[in-house]
Ligand binder design. Structure first.
Ligand code: DI6
Ligand code: FE
Length: 403
């Protein structure tokens, strides 16, 4: 169905727009779309006369939310890490697995061996799982190539996903994800000889929407990340950072100094880091799938983030090692149960705040001017989205006004 002018009626809208109601809820709502955008949204009795004549589509009393946004994934990669999963269950820690040459580096081998079509084909079932839960925007990182050609191939695969499925993809260059075997013990040389040239090449090909890094003892130190961020800044690209996931190296503060869109993971973030993020408008991206998979015990500082008004987004972190998860609904449930986030914070985290974590201001809310990206749910209340475990109540998805 194409979208000339459609009026959706017979629905409850969780607009996620701060309108004074929890979830920005509007019972008996109407949503008018035109040309792929939301033209008007509000209570049906307030419908402007201009939309009275539009073709009406009943949504059968269902709940409508903004299309969900997964703002942090490594969904394009070769292979899997079921063997490492087993190794960890036999007692090895994430860091031990990484230092033994496993972890991220083992996925690098599989990713280098995969051609472009392999990378796309293996990612699509994972993408489809997200789409089946109402996802309309997806961020995809590189970072399993760690050589120029494979990093570029990952970015091309990420871009290609957008042409294979009705979803909007934002790409993030994550060359500073791990030190590959051939640069073992020489992370600075890797940054200068591979990471930065690959970033420049990917940018020249129009493949990069943002730049990320993994700031951690097993990856890159703040000074090394800063050199990558300097190049991002020079190229006019926004930055984000895997920060304070396993230890506190001050990554979030570094990210804030660069006006980062987000600092992600942040289990070991301290109050100074929270304050720096608040000052810079940096979004906190909470990744409960990695916390759960790694059996981490240090929870991110949710109370301090709330207290200092740092917006919290939630994402799957879909990756073969620390978060082999393709469900934002489960992510929401985990955030509530493990971190005591409220169901409203969880839904905000995969809509409005996830959009902000990607630097987008045209999605994540149901409001005039936003893209007509909507998810329609067979639930009575929005809390049900976070409440159930392993149940998908998605009814349908509307992407750019097209259902
Ligand atoms: N932190 C993570 O949790 C993922 N990357 C990162 O920087 C893990 C990636 C992997 O283990 O393959
Ligand atoms: Fe990640």
């Amino acid at each position: 169905m194409t979208d000339l002018s459609t009026l959706y009626v017979d629905l409850t809208a969780a607009t996620m727009t701060p309108n004074g109601e929890a979830y920005g809820l509007i019972p008996n709502a109407a949503i008018a779309t035109k040309g792929g955008r939301i033209a008007w949204a509000g209570p049906l009795p307030d419908l402007p006369a201009a939309y009275e004549g539009a073709a009406r589509t009943s949504l059968g009393g269902r709940l409508v939310t903004p299309g969900l946004i997964d703002c942090h994934t490594h969904i394009v990669h070769g292979g899997d890490r079921a063997a490492e999963f087993e190794m960890r269950l036999n007692g090895a820690s994430y860091e031990e697995v990484a230092r033994a040459g496993g972890g991220i580096v083992s996925t690098v081998t599989a990713t280098r061996a995969a051609d472009l079509d392999d990378l796309i084909a293996s990612a699509l079932p994972r993408v489809d799982a997200l789409l089946a839960e109402g996802v309309t925007v997806l961020e995809i990182k590189s970072g399993y190539g760690l050589d120029r050609e494979t990093e570029l191939r990952m970015m091309r695969a990420a871009r290609a996903i957008e042409h294979q499925r009705p979803v909007r993809v934002l790409t993030t260059f994550l060359g500073a994800h791990a030190v590959p075997a051939e640069y073992k013990g020489r992370p600075d040389a890797y940054i200068d000889e591979v990471c930065i040239p690959a970033l420049r090449a990917a940018h020249a090909e129009g493949l990069v929407d943002a730049v990320d890094g993994f700031c951690e003892g097993i990856a890159f130190l703040p000074d090394q990340i800063a050199r990558v961020f300097d190049v991002a800044q020079e190229l006019g690209l926004p930055v984000k950072l895997h920060a304070e996931q396993l230890s506190n190296l001050g990554g979030a503060k570094l990210a804030a100094r660069y006006g980062a869109l987000s600092a992600d993971h942040i289990e070991y973030l301290d109050e100074d880091g929270v304050i720096a993020m608040a000052g810079a408008g940096t979004i906190a991206v909470i990744l409960p799938g990695a916390f759960y998979t790694l059996r981490e015990t240090q929870a991110p500082p949710i109370a301090a983030l709330r207290q200092h008004g740092v917006p919290m987004a939630l994402a799957s972190d879909c990756n073969p090692g620390s978060s082999p998860m393709t469900s934002l609904l489960l992510t929401m449930n985990m955030a509530c149960t493990l971190f005591r986030m409220t169901p409203e914070e969880a839904l905000t985290g995969v809509t409005r705040h996830a959009a902000a974590a990607l630097g987008l201001n045209d999605c994540g809310q149901i409001a005039a001017g936003m893209r007509a990206d909507l998810a329609v749910w067979d639930v009575k209340t929005p809390a049900e989205l976070a409440y159930r475990i392993g149940f998908n109540p998605a009814h349908s998805r509307i992407f750019g006004g097209i259902s």
